[in-house]
Design a binder for this molecule. Structure first.
Ligand SMILES: [Fe+2]
Length: 203
């Protein structure tokens, strides 16, 4: 199993992040409720996205390693739709999205940003991420260009900022199962991009 953590900012550069030594949790169970409490504490401490990602990323790794049951909390997608989302935790006025997502082989996502910070942990399968950067000109304010890519495998964790633009595709014959957590979405700043026509739409 790989143990790599990545951070992609709005410039589309994929940075390898140092893994923290989590030895004190080796023999203890880090449960979902504790993760949620820690998360709430962090979000009260800081609104800086990079800081949030820095602090939450190791907790996501700890949770996925320690609370193994989470890895099985997904629903199988309808073959026609090609993907499924299962909510792991949802509470009114606690503006976080925590879900398990499954993509079937052959699926390709839109090119999008999230309008909030996000952390995705790959549970199984292989997923190619393409990273894009805004490249506006006078006639095409939503023009983007592809600036990098990264294949993520089981055990990899990627963190994204509000303005980070990416698209994903499933590689190989295995579905991609992932754990996903996102902050409060700013829908006015969340876009799907059309890299051919240089346009973007809110979603
Ligand atoms: Fe995404």
């Amino acid at each position: 199993m790989n143990t790599q953590d990545w951070l992609v900012k709005e410039d589309g550069f994929c940075e390898n992040c140092q893994l923290s030594d989590d030895w004190e949790w080796k023999d203890k169970t880090y449960r979902l409720y504790r993760f949620l409490t820690d998360l709430e504490d962090i979000l009260e401490q800081t609104q800086d996205e990079q800081q949030i990602l820095l602090l939450v990323r190791p907790l996501v790794r700890r949770l996925l390693t320690s609370s193994y049951w989470i890895q099985g909390e997904y629903t199988w997608p309808n073959a026609q739709q090609g993907w499924s989302v299962s909510t792991l935790y949802d509470e009114v006025d606690f503006p976080l999205t925590i879900q398990m997502v499954v993509w079937l082989p052959g699926q390709v996502s839109s090119v999008h940003n999230h309008g909030t910070w996000g952390i995705v942990g790959i549970i199984s399968g292989e997923e190619k991420n393409l990273f894009w950067r805004r490249n506006p000109d006078l006639n095409a304010p939503h023009q983007i260009k592809q600036v990098g890519e990264k294949i993520l495998r089981a055990g990899d964790i990627i963190s994204l900022m509000s303005e980070t633009i990416h698209s994903i595709e499933v590689i190989g014959d295995e579905p991609v199962i992932s754990f996903n957590i996102y902050g409060a979405t700013n829908y006015k700043k969340r876009y799907k991009f059309d890299p051919i026509n240089h346009s973007a739409t809110n979603f």
